[in-house]
Design a protein around this ligand. Structure first.
Ligand SMILES: Nc1nc2c(ncn2[C@@H]2O[C@H](COP(=O)(O)OP(=O)(O)OP(=O)(O)O)[C@@H](O)[C@H]2O)c(=O)[nH]1
Ligand SMILES: [Mg+2]
Length: 291
């Protein structure tokens, strides 16, 4: 229960009753967890409605109440990883700002679907850095899936095109397309990004079936801007939250799911290929409160 460490509820609970003083502390705690002021106020109100003036046993009761509320908020946003394998090929673009874990996540997704017997190709549409192409190539070899790349600095949309065409010709199940980490506020980079979708949609108007935005759990409030900008440039269909093995509480996820009505299909809990988990509201809440 690290979540509570800095908050001496015990002192406030000496009277064993929840009063305004304790409610303020409760709200403060939520804001510090990056839940955002609106969500914190809402959770505080719910807490107040149910518990004010009532006797409570101990801190655990507050903890459990909060856990239940948060998990209830998140439950509608659980999306199964199985949902993204309906088509042949299923085309998936993975997007996000620099360093959030896009390439690693593609490796992990590849591992997962490969283990289910799917035929997969990775497309290195991050053509800005040689290291980025190599990084994905290493993953493709490790997992033993097909890999499509182009020269450094070449058009990323053309790599996406080649990847999908390859998947169609070889009758693969899944094409996972990596994109360059970009600042969501850099117009030329976002234009490049948009071109990927234009090109894919020309092949088939259903492409891509999924556009996953990867968010780093340690980001905080800026994650909202990231979702907002990427949503403007593309039809984001799901989120993956990485680095939940860190100290981050990722409270911002609550506001994001609600504000943008976006489901979460998985969470990253480490750097290894097996460190991807389906998103489960209850488990996520536990992690959030225990961090
Ligand atoms: N602890 C932890 N580290 C992660 C996780 N996911 C990715 N990383 C690490 O985060 C760093 C960046 O990961 P990348 O996959 O290269 O991120 P990216 O979004 O592709 O980065 P760019 O292509 O540079 O934009 C690497 O050191 C990864 O090992 C995770 O779930 N937990
Ligand atoms: Mg990358």
């Amino acid at each position: 229960m690290k979540f509570f460490e800095n908050f001496k509820f015990t002192n406030l609970l000496s009277k064993k009753k929840i009063d305004e003083n304790l409610l303020d502390k409760f709200e403060e705690l939520l804001i510090e967890s990056d839940v955002g002021p609106v969500m914190a106020a809402q959770l505080k109100d719910e807490f107040k409605k149910e518990k004010i003036g009532k006797e409570i046993k101990d801190e655990k009761e507050i903890f459990n109440f909060l856990g239940n509320q948060i998990s209830k908020i998140l439950q509608p946003y659980e999306k199964s990883l199985k949902k993204i394998q309906k088509n042949s090929p299923t085309v998936v673009v993975v997007a996000g700002v620099n360093g959030v874990g896009k390439t690693t996540t593609i490796g992990k997704l590849g591992r997962l679907y490969k283990d289910e017997g799917k035929k997969i190709v990775f497309g290195a549409a991050d053509t800005f850095r040689a290291a980025a192409i190599e990084q994905l190539e290493v993953w493709s070899k490790k997992i033993n899936v097909d890999f499509i790349k182009s020269d450094l600095g070449s058009d990323s949309a053309s790599v996406a095109y080649k990847t999908v065409k390859f998947a169609e010709e070889k009758k693969l199940d899944l094409a996972l397309i990596d994109t360059a980490g970009r600042l969501q506020n850099k117009k030329n980079l976002m234009d490049e990004y948009k071109k990927i979708f234009k090109v894919l949609q020309k092949i088939n108007s259903d492409y891509p079936h999924e556009t996953i935005l990867v968010l780093d759990a340690t980001t905080g409030q800026n994650a909202i801007n990231q979702v907002s900008e990427f949503k403007k440039a593309s039809n984001i269909t799901s989120l993956i939250i990485t680095k939940l093995d860190s100290e981050a509480r990722a409270g911002i996820i609550l506001s994001i799911c609600k504000k943008f009505n976006l489901p979460i299909i998985a969470v990253g809990v480490g750097e290894k290929e097996s460190d991807l988990r389906p998103f489960n509201a209850k488990e996520f809440t536990k992690l959030m409160l225990e961090n």
